[in-house]
Design a protein. Structure first.
Length: 92
């Protein structure tokens, strides 16, 4: 029996998770799935597969880009596990 709670793969849900995990001072999460229809990972709905995240967080201070991106990926892992195919990250 699967006891994992259902979670929607939406920009809003991702933003909520990032706010809780990283306390960002700037955050934009955009669902760009419609731009990737017909590409690998697209689900045919135009939603929920390809995202762009622009984020600034005090937790990034003193960290290299790869470590900053790792923090974002770690926070969003639940979405990746459920089918988010691509997340473009811009740390500010």
């Amino acid at each position: 029996m699967n006891t994992t709670p259902s979670i929607a793969i939406t920009a809003e849900a991702m933003a909520e998770r990032l706010r809780a995990a990283l306390s960002p001072t700037h955050l934009e999460v955009v669902d760009e799935s419609w731009q990737h229809e017909g590409h690998a990972g697209a689900n045919g709905t135009g939603f929920g597969t390809h995202f762009r995240v622009r984020i600034a967080s005090p937790l990034f201070t003193g960290k290299r880009k790869v470590a900053q991106h790792r923090l974002v990926y770690d926070a969003l892992q639940i979405f990746i596990d459920r089918g988010a195919h691509a997340i473009a990250i811009e740390t500010l």
